[in-house]
Design a protein around this ligand. Structure first.
Ligand code: CA
Length: 226
């Protein structure tokens, strides 16, 4: 389920949004400060952010400006004023939509749905076949246009391999990429992560073997075997 981050200092407004969004099946996080929202998005990226412009610390505009340095997450601004300047500035800063208070929470939920639908990867028979697409922000990897359901470790592992095709990584180097200390015993955990990733790749294409084993050395990603 898409996760929505609500950044709004008025609890009553946040409550109505949370209620409407959860009613639509979204999960939500509510924060009341811009700085906290930036930190949160760095740690656990939401799929969309609803951002009030008048926040107690830094304004929603400033928050969005800083957000855009590291994230392309869709943003809907909440504004107390329906000034044309706000709309223009908001869109220039990189907002995707704009809602003026007072608003109908159901309308906001509908806009959230519309934006997420618009940005969802379009998969059709005509879509060019992209072998492996990495979306670091969402920690999502698609194989042959199909999103893989990877754990955090599996994602990092596959990302590490795919970013340098044909390079052989030792288990120690892969552990490093996972941010795991290379203690005895962890070597085996790389093997089991690889096994699981391979199974997930094969669930998309039965004879796919893009991850190659190099006996005594480690693993590589070889697009030729995809
Ligand atoms: Ca406010």
């Amino acid at each position: 389920m898409p996760h929505i981050l609500i950044v709004e200092d008025e609890a009553a407004i946040a409550d109505t949004l949370i209620f409407a969004l959860q009613g639509e099946g979204f999960t939500t996080t509510w924060l009341s400060l811009g700085a906290a929202a930036l930190e949160h998005q760095r740690q656990t990226p939401a799929d969309l952010i609803i951002l009030d412009i008048g926040l107690p610390d830094i304004s929603g505009f400033e928050t969005c400006k800083q957000l855009r340095r590291f994230s392309e997450v869709p943003v809907i601004f909440l504004s107390a004023r329906d000034a044309e300047i706000d709309r223009v500035v908001g869109l220039e800063i990189g907002a995707d939509d704009y809602v003026v208070k007072p608003f109908s929470p159901r309308e906001v939920a509908a806009r959230v749905r519309a934006i997420l639908k618009r940005i969802a990867p379009r998969v059709s028979v005509d879509a060019p076949l992209v072998l492996l697409r990495i979306d670091s922000e969402r920690m999502q990897i698609s194989y042959r246009n199909q999103p893989l359901n990877l754990t955090r470790h599996e994602f990092r592992l596959l990302q590490c391999l795919v970013e340098q095709p044909e390079r052989v990584f030792s288990r120690e180097q892969l552990l490093d990429a996972l941010g795991v200390a290379a203690d005895a015993g962890y070597d085996r955990s790389i093997d089991s992560h690889i096994k699981s990733v391979r199974a997930k790749l094969r669930s998309v294409k039965a004879d796919a073997e893009p991850i190659q084993t190099h006996r005594g050395l480690g693993y590589s990603y070889s697009p030729g075997h995809s």
